[in-house]
Design a protein. Structure first.
Length: 358
């Protein structure tokens, strides 16, 4: 786990570009391919928070042995797409991830469908999806999984420029001994290729340290969201848990976050702050973003205050959290909104840039 902060740039404040539709609940929809076909992920995402039941069969011993090299291995998957189509096909999977690959019962995986299979089923070319599943057996780890899923969905409320996720109930079967079965709740995470197509952008692997390269209003919302959910486990310096989406026509870049298991609102049992931070527990919030002008602070305060009802309502109505988790999450988020209601609001933890004299 590594963290990175911009530090206190003496930034020239950009003229805010026209906002590209904010306040909507869902991310931007995908664009059909030239044959008018949607992707498999699009079909699954259509039912949003419903849980998709999946059977996945593979050699679990091989998966554990290959988790460090992340080599693909054969697997078989079965599930029914909402609307009736049955998927019962061979595919490939591989281990992925960093921390969870080492500490969890089984490493997170990426699934790779055969493009011929997708073509037969009438879907477009996007054939890869990441799978995040509960780290270990038990109801507690199931709840931590739901909490992380929830953070992705909350960022969907903040920005349509965000990853989509689809809840899963997976029966993972060992192909060497089919009596060995593991029930895992998890979620599909949208693949980078589809994310780029959907947002009409390009993912860049170039670390960007010059704040003027970013769409500033979106950048600041990214920072405040991470503070809201208590997440410090991200880094612009080494692209840790963040993707940079480049929009050539605008000549601007936007950060898109992922991996929230170290967030305070999730409170995973293995999550600890990086040793370089001035906090001792992930439940403590720590702002890692840029300073703002007084007018930007007002806009940010208003933006998040206006989204308080839908954020809290979404958490309150999320059907898969138990009462204890729901109470804890609502209390944690309300402690953030209480900051907004105080004098100075976000200015209590965000430094204020003085207007340029030029």
């Amino acid at each position: 786990m590594r963290t990175f902060t911009f530090g206190k740039f003496a930034c020239v404040i950009l003229n805010l570009l026209p906002l590209i539709v904010f306040g909507q609940v869902e991310p931007f929809p995908s664009i059909p391919d030239s044959l008018g076909r949607q992707s498999l992920f699009d079909a699954l995402f259509a039912t949003q928070d419903d849980i998709l039941e999946i059977n996945l069969t593979t050699d679990l011993g091989m998966l554990m042995k290959k988790r460090t090299v992340e080599a693909y291995q054969p697997a078989h998957i079965q599930f029914q797409i909402p609307g009736g189509t049955m998927v019962d096909h061979n595919l490939e999977i591989k281990a992925r991830g960093i921390t969870r690959k080492e500490i969890c019962s089984h490493p997170p995986i990426k699934v790779k469908f055969k493009k011929k299979t997708l073509d037969t089923l009438g879907f477009s070319k996007f054939n890869e999806m990441k799978v995040v599943w509960q780290c270990k057996p038990g109801k507690a780890y199931e709840q931590w999984l739901y909490r992380e899923y929830l953070v992705y969905r909350l960022y969907n409320l903040i920005s349509p420029y965000s990853y989509r996720v689809k809840l899963l109930k997976m029966q993972v079967i060992d192909s060497r001994d089919t009596s060995k079965q593991h029930l895992k709740y998890g979620f599909f995470l949208e693949d980078d290729g589809q994310l780029s197509q959907r947002l009409n952008g390009e993912i860049t692997e170039e670390p960007i340290k010059n704040a003027s390269r970013f769409l500033r209003e979106h950048l600041l919302r990214f920072f405040v969201f991470q503070y809201m959910v208590g997440n410090t486990d991200w880094s612009f310096g080494n692209l840790h848990n963040v993707r940079f989406m480049n929009f050539p026509e605008l000549r601007k870049v936007m950060p898109i976050p992922y991996d929230f298991d170290y967030a305070g609102v999730v409170s995973a049992p293995y999550a600890v702050p990086h040793e370089s931070l001035p906090i001792k527990d992930v439940r403590e919030r720590h702002y890692q973003g840029l300073d703002c002008t007084s007018s930007e602070l007002v806009l940010l305060n208003t933006f998040f205050s206006e989204r308080k009802p839908e954020i809290l309502e979404y958490c309150e109505k999320f059907p898969h959290l138990d009462a204890l988790s729901k109470k804890d999450i609502l209390g944690y988020l309300n402690s953030f909104f209480e900051i907004l209601d105080r004098k100075n609001g976000l200015g209590q933890f965000i430094g204020e840039l003085k207007p340029s004299s030029n």
